[in-house]
Design a protein around this ligand. Structure first.
Ligand SMILES: [Zn+2]
Length: 108
């Protein structure tokens, strides 16, 4: 259960390039396009006393039915929304988000 990995392409690129990638907890494949994935953030809804803390899990949308069989029913969101919540809950202001994107050439 470690779906957020750092992927390296040192063999194919000079200089080496490393970046985070998300791996599906069901099939093990990389979720290359965030539009194709969900993140599951809640506890198993079938548990009699669900904990307030739960691991974040990831799956391709096409793996959703297999995900529920394997991990139970959980609250989920479209994977494209996860960065927004991480930044917001991590204390970033609107300006800091814009500045961070601009610094990486991804400006709004
Ligand atoms: Zn998958």
């Amino acid at each position: 259960m470690s779906p957020l990995l750092i992927h390296g392409e040192e063999r194919h690129r000079q200089p080496a390039v490393f970046y985070p990638v998300i791996v599906c907890d069901v099939c093990g494949g990389r979720i290359a396009d965030l539009r194709d994935g969900n993140y599951y953030w809640g506890p198993d809804l079938a548990l009699p006393d669900p904990r307030t803390d739960a691991p974040v899990l990831f799956a391709h949308k096409t793996c959703n039915f297999r995900f529920e069989r394997q991990y139970g029913r959980r609250a989920f969101e479209d994977l494209r929304r996860l960065p927004m919540f991480l930044w917001r809950n991590g204390g970033y202001s609107d300006r800091e988000i814009r500045d961070a994107l601009r610094e990486r050439g991804l400006g709004l």
